[in-house]
Design a protein around this ligand. Structure first.
Ligand code: FCB
Length: 456
């Protein structure tokens, strides 16, 4: 294997590319779609770096046929995309918007015609605004509405879609959305953010059950963003900081979802911040029900340094104020976004999961990718190197541990609306010219196509 070749993978390994509804669709006011928290949040001055929104994005609401052609041309086995809840049920509950469901129905059919397997994410952060108006994920009722929405979608698409992902990155939805306030709905809370995290997990459990009730033979998973947290220095304080970061970012989600309940030290981490009164008997069994697969999004490791709490009074702390700062380390290369490039973090994530969870289900890397800030359409050797190095690390993990890695989805098929960073970062295998919507495959697309075509 040379540095620009993909490693050998077991037969049946799934190669895919990923996107998300709000980042690519546009068409936010068309055919009965309701508002989402991202429509509201992006209108807030200063919320998005370049003042933009997903109102048009890649216009995939109209150009989805082009996107399916691009996937087919690339030769991937699978496409991970998400369904916009407010397109299907505008107010989040109640009346179903047939036109919204029809859009995804056509997309699924077009994928089937090209032999591309859909991996459908039910929630990639675009909560219907009407549900946020009554409390959003702070409320258990939102988890119940999520299950109702799941049933509607599964009844329509479940005859053709086998692989379902309930949530994308509940860490980001809860801790970044309700704790840090950098994402929609832009809240900076302690108890509320922890309640949101728990209710997202309850929603996951209810949604998984709804999928299984709607169709036999579905494969149900969840996607978590996992980042090993390593101490920035050898000091005991930084070691403790890394452990706190690991609890908040990783284990708050892996442990309950994989049947272990909340990890030791979690409740203490938030002593005084929240009384955790949103937990109910039976929740952990629901959240930890066996899954068919775990989706892992891996981008970087965190180098954690201890810092004093911004807010010394626990009752006024936000959920992300745990006395840790993420720092850059000299000698560690970074992407244009300043994200450390450390493929060993993917190795450690996969082997770590296998070590800690003897009953770990099969794993898919559901996102991994790199952004450039330059517009360029020229060769993108950094992206090709990023993919090969991360896949090599993943292959080593499967050789060294029992982790059952079944697939890899590159983030993203297209340049798209990168949340609070707007349109600056370009993650795509395919360049998008936003004013015209024109798509142009990059060198990495052509490279990946050749690699996939060369498979035996
Ligand atoms: C992940 C998100 C995805 C994209 C990538 C870069 O956290 O799931 O939508 O923004 O980061």
């Amino acid at each position: 294997m040379t540095m620009s070749e993909l490693p050998e993978v077991p037969s049946g390994f799934v190669w895919g590319a990923a996107t998300a509804a709000y980042q690519i669709e546009g068409g936010v006011a068309e055919d009965g779609r309701g508002a989402s928290i991202w429509d509201t949040f992006t209108a807030r001055p200063g919320a998005v770096a370049d003042g933009t929104s997903g109102a048009v994005a890649c216009d995939s609401y109209h150009r989805w046929r082009d996107d399916v052609d691009l996937l087919a041309g690339l030769g991937v086995d699978a496409y991970r995309f998400s369904i916009a809840w407010p397109r299907v049920i505008a107010a989040g509950e109640g009346e179903v918007n047939k036109a919204g469901l029809d859009y995804y129905d056509r997309l699924v059919d077009a994928l089937a015609e090209r032999g591309i397997r859909p991996f459908v994410t039910l929630y990639h952060w675009d909560l219907p605004q009407a549900l946020e108006d009554s409390g959003g994920w702070r409320n258990r009722a939102t988890a119940e509405r999520f299950a109702d929405y799941t049933t509607v979608v599964a009844e329509r698409l479940g005859d053709r879609v086998r692989d379902w992902i309930t949530l994308n990155e509940p860490y980001v939805s809860s801790m970044v959305g309700y704790g840090e306030g950098r994402h929609a709905p832009g809240a900076t809370e302690g108890h509320g953010a922890l309640a949101a995290a728990h209710h997202l997990l309850v929603g996951h459990g209810l949604s998984a059950a709804a999928l299984r009730a709607a169709h036999s033979g579905v494969r149900v998973g969840i996607t978590l963003n996992l980042s090993p947290a390593v101490p920035a220095t050898d000091s005991p304080a930084d070691h403790a900081a890394a452990a706190r970061m690991d609890l908040m970012l990783n284990r708050q989600f892996t442990d309950p979802v994989l049947g272990g309940g909340y990890p030791d030290g979690y409740d203490e981490l938030y002593a005084g911040v929240s009384d955790l009164s949103f937990r109910r008997d039976g929740d952990l069994a629901l959240i930890g029900a066996p899954l068919d697969f775990l989706g892992v999004n891996y981008y970087y490791r965190i180098h954690a340094a201890a810092v004093p709490h911004d807010e010394p009074d626990p009752a006024r702390r936000t959920a992300i104020d745990i006395g840790v700062r993420s720092v850059t380390r000299e000698g560690v290369p970074v992407t244009d976004l300043g994200w450390p490039i450390e493929p060993r973090g993917l190795y450690d994530t996969l082997t770590g999961l296998a070590d800690r969870f003897p009953n770990l289900p099969p794993v898919y890397v559901t996102e991994n990718g790199v952004a450039q800030l330059r517009e360029g359409l020229d060769a993108d050797p950094d992206r090709i190197r990023f993919i090969t190095e991360h896949l090599a690390a993943a292959a080593r993990a499967t050789a060294d541990s029992p982790v059952d890695l079944r697939g890899y989805f590159y983030w993203s098929l297209l340049d798209n609306f990168e949340w609070a960073r707007g349109y600056g970062p370009r993650f795509g295998l395919v360049h998008v010219d936003y004013p015209t919507g024109e798509r142009t495959p990059r060198a990495s697309y052509h490279w990946l196509r050749e690699q996939l075509a060369g498979r035996s």
